[in-house]
Design a protein around this ligand. Structure first.
Ligand code: URA
Length: 326
């Protein structure tokens, strides 16, 4: 019989999770803090991220400062203007994105936008959410508008889609589309990794200069009516959908591998038989059968999904570009 968890055991949580949930930093950074001996639990240095702690009883400190469990999570969408750094403090004294948000809670940017890039920047004190959005494993896409110094070649679009060598390893597949009626110099590009100056470097590697870079969506969250420097809270729906995007997708079975579902049941995976005879007949029959529909939110994103989901915001930018207002 499975061992019953005691109430005490239920309260236990992994040390790295506790630190990231408290909004100190993202999960992977929390691991680093732990590995490098900067974390103590009840005055003892702990270097194992999976150590279990009781948030109600144990005193966890990072660099000697007590970590308080987070009670309220905040999720913000900021229209980061150019000329701001994405950090909580800049040594050169340049304006930071934090200067734009007058909240009393400590928030942390989810990833970075360069000093000269503008657009959607998400901020939160929820380390778990931040980790979900940023970890490459979750494949959460970010879409950028890029204005190039010259028209993009079809062969280069193909290279971007297949992966470009940066820092000695290929980038993951990008989704790229030319913005119509802009002389092939303006593109939408979606990526899910977050390497330093990644979009600029991918395009520079192919011989283009990026004259303008704006992030128009992160996890399909756009700017809506925000003006540069303004922010808003994420809506419940945006938060829910962003989490869904980061949730591992169910496996996709090909049509012929799935038996139709009886009402109220899920489709069953079919074992493949040898060619010919009765089994062949069954396969032919299956081909004609319709796949049971997955609920929309569980459908794996198709290759072009991100770009096809182009929001009103993207369309507006296109119009502005063709009007030369941008
Ligand atoms: N890629 C870049 O090159 N810059 C950014 O700010 C974000 C992605």
């Amino acid at each position: 019989m499975a061992k019953q968890e005691s109430n005490e055991e239920k309260k236990l949580t992994r040390l790295n999770k506790f630190i990231s949930n408290a909004g100190v930093t993202a999960r992977r950074k929390a691991d680093e803090l732990i590995f490098t001996g900067r974390v103590t639990v009840n005055m003892q240095t702990v270097t194992e991220p999976g150590t279990k702690v009781n948030p109600e009883k144990d005193v966890v400190k990072v660099d000697g400062e007590k970590v308080k469990p987070q009670t309220e999570f905040i999720y913000v969408v900021l229209f980061k203007p150019r000329g701001y750094v994405t950090t909580t403090h800049d040594e050169k004294g340049r304006p930071t994105v934090m200067d734009l948000i007058g909240l009393n809670t400590r928030l942390y940017p989810i990833g970075r936008l360069d000093y000269d890039t503008d657009g959607v920047l998400l901020l939160t004190n929820d380390g778990e959410f931040s980790n979900m959005m940023m970890h490459p494993r979750h494949k959460v896409f970010k879409t950028y508008f890029a204005k190039l110094d010259k028209p993009i070649e079809e062969s280069d679009m193909k290279k971007l889609r297949e992966g470009i060598m940066i820092d000695g390893r290929p980038t993951s597949r990008a989704k790229v589309r030319i913005i119509p009626n802009t002389g092939d110099q303006n593109i939408w590009i979606s990526i899910h990794e977050g390497r330093n100056r990644q979009v600029r470097r991918m395009l520079e590697t192919l011989g283009y200069v990026v004259q303008r870079l704006k992030r128009v969506e992160y996890a399909r969250i756009g700017l809506d009516m925000l003006k540069p420097g303004e922010w808003r809270y994420m809506t419940e729906e945006e938060l829910y959908n962003a989490r869904k995007l980061a949730t591992p997708k169910p496996p996709v079975f090909r049509k012929a591998d799935v038996e139709p579902a009886a009402e109220g049941e899920e489709g069953k995976k079919v074992k493949k038989g040898k060619k010919g005879g009765k089994k062949k007949k069954k396969k032919d029959k299956l081909k004609k059968q319709v796949l049971p529909e997955l609920p929309t939110e569980n459908k794996p994103a198709s290759g072009s999904d991100v770009l096809e989901s182009i929001s009103k915001e993207l369309e507006d930018i296109s119009e502005k570009i063709s009007d030369n207002k941008e």
